[in-house]
Design a protein around this ligand. Sequence first.
Ligand SMILES: NC(=O)c1ccc[n+]([C@@H]2O[C@H](COP(=O)([O-])OP(=O)(O)OC[C@H]3O[C@@H](n4cnc5c(N)ncnc54)[C@H](OP(=O)(O)O)[C@@H]3O)[C@@H](O)[C@H]2O)c1
Length: 270
Amino acid sequence: MQGLIAMSSINRSKTRTALITGASAGLGAEFARQLAASVDRLVLVARRTDRLQQLANSLSVECVIMTADLSLPDSVSELVDRLQRDDIEVDYLINNAGIGGPALLHVDDWTEQRQFERLMMSTVAELCGRLIPPMMERGYGRVVNVASVAGRFPSSDTGNYGPSKAYVIALSEELHLAARGSGVNVSALCPGFTHTEFHEVAGMLEAKAAMPQWIWYDADLVVREGLRAVERGRAVQVSGRLYRWLDPLLRSRLLRGLIMSATGTSNRHQ
Ligand SMILES: NC(=O)c1ccc[n+]([C@@H]2O[C@H](COP(=O)([O-])OP(=O)(O)OC[C@H]3O[C@@H](n4cnc5c(N)ncnc54)[C@H](OP(=O)(O)O)[C@@H]3O)[C@@H](O)[C@H]2O)c1
């Protein structure tokens, strides 16, 4: 593990730790900046160690860097092994890492699709499954699973992105109920279009430039709303006033049908 800081001198009973996946950019880095004010230690996870180190250097809180590709089958067990080895208990879990992903139809090589599904769904479920029970035993935990407005209604993009986010929302609602009364709050955070590196990574900068500015939010607001929602015990938080207003419309059966047939609504890569 690169950049691991020794933990032996820490008094665990007073140390509150947040683990953030996809902390090297965008919403994940913003979660790290905002949580740095309320936790004692951050565990920063992503593939790009240099970016994680850069972020860690800019924060005035202890940071543990764990380089991991969360689309690989054993990545979560390796991550959890490292946590156990270094005696790190996680109090805040932010399942945030994500990408736009490949198209689903007419696929020749399924490897990329399987890795996408692992990153977007299995990894989220496994981290929840492994880290929530110890939180429940200790009587305290906060879990934010970053989903998307794209998981709230279908589109015609034939991608697996929206469905993967719908799964994350359903999983979070289930876990929210399962953990009720234990001191552990689980929330799905559903951002709409947000300024991060996401659309650049997905090769969508041109499409982004053509969109109206008023449908875009800053990561700062999205993360603030997500952290507030999990603190208040909300199962699902749609972030941004515009998307909160649109959400019930897009989810109502009648309007959903009308909107989709009238506009061919495209929600991919939100
Ligand atoms: N931006 C939006 O408009 C928007 C809207 C709704 C929902 N979301 C969701 O918000 C979350 C964060 O995205 P973002 O907008 O902040 O995008 P971003 O700026 O591109 O950040 C994505 C993060 O995920 C990490 N990541 C990607 N693949 C990974 C892998 N295989 N293993 C480990 N980490 C990986 C990246 O780190 P490395 O490359 O260093 O691994 C990076 O830190 C995603 O789940 C996304 O679906 C975004």
